[in-house]
Ligand binder design. Structure first.
Ligand code: PRE
Length: 278
């Protein structure tokens, strides 16, 4: 059975993403941090990792871009998950009693409008993941606390749901990357994640990006990530998509002339973003 490292525990969105991506029975290996997730892959203790990289409300997880490069991990796939957040309490706790809320920092960011409107004075406690927050409430049964997380964690840890769908926008999606130590070449690849650096002169980034346009390569995402220890310097991460593999090969060949330190982090099959109309 494949072993998959995720940050968090059973009932987290990461576990959900891993189960949905692999579509077979897997062993989910719970890790305390994204760094230990990467260490598990690097030391061959797991086959793959699943790691959030961006959310449609909270934005990019910059630290995870950095980790992928530091550990030289390969991106072999991606999956988008529709994220619905719920306010959960141990049985009997009422909304008026809540003075403390437990969740994951990214989950808090997704629910900030709701929290500011209904619990502006609540103390927010950031934990490892939403399921760990649900478990903590379940184990300790504080009379004045709630957790924010998914419906499965409420069920797993016997919590009552006070409110569902508390995310700021219903079209709330998190994109997760599937990572491994070695590449997994696939004929089906129609997307790649690259990173590179460009000089500090006019047109340097534009000329690199033009190479993609000229070869009919769609730029799905661009993200600059600070180079730690070099203020004002950035690594540019791009996700690109193509129809004809030949165009991709040509673009990679040509872009080498416009950039430095080009790294192909992975070539993989594009994940579908199934929009939920609500
Ligand atoms: O806390 C969890 O359940 C997670 O899996 C973490 C995480 C994240 O890192 O973004 C995953 C998806 C949601 O965007 C909220 C939190």
């Amino acid at each position: 059975m494949k072993r998959i490292a995720v940050q968090g525990i059973v009932g987290s969105f990461h576990e959900d993403a891993a189960v949905k991506y692999f579509e077979e029975e897997i062993e989910v290996v719970e890790c305390k941090s994204f760094t230990s997730v990467c260490e598990m892959v690097d030391s061959d203790q797991v086959d793959y990792a699943v790691m959030a990289i961006e959310n449609s409300i909270a934005g990019s997880l910059l630290k995870n871009y950095q980790l992928i490069r530091d550990y030289h991990l390969r991106i072999i796939g991606e999956i988008y998950l529709h994220i619905q957040m719920n306010l959960m309490v141990s049985p009997g706790v009422k909304a008026k009693d809540i003075t403390n809320i437990y969740s994951h920092p990214v989950a808090f960011q997704q629910c900030m409008e709701y929290i500011e409107q209904y619990f502006p004075d609540a103390k927010l406690h950031e934990g490892m993941d939403t399921a760990a927050a649900a478990k903590l409430i379940s184990d300790e049964r504080p009379p004045n606390a709630a957790a924010i997380g998914n419906l499965r964690s409420a069920e797993l840890y016997n919590l009552e749901i006070l409110e569902t769908g508390i995310e700021t926008n219903k079209k709330n999606y998190t994109r997760f990357l599937v990572l491994s130590k070695h590449g997994n070449p696939t004929e089906k690849a129609n997307k790649a994640s690259l990173c590179f650096e460009v000089g500090h002169f006019y047109g340097s980034l534009a000329s690199a990006l033009n190479v993609f346009a000229e070869n009919e390569i769609n730029l799905a995402k661009i993200q600059s990530v600070p180079v730690i220890g070099k203020p004002n310097e950035y690594t540019i991460h791009v996700d690109i998509e193509w129809g004809k593999p030949h165009n991709y090969d040509k673009a990679i060949h040509q872009v080498l002339k416009s950039v430095s330190s080009l790294a192909i982090l992975g070539e993989y099959e594009r994940g579908e973003l199934h929009m939920h109309d609500q």
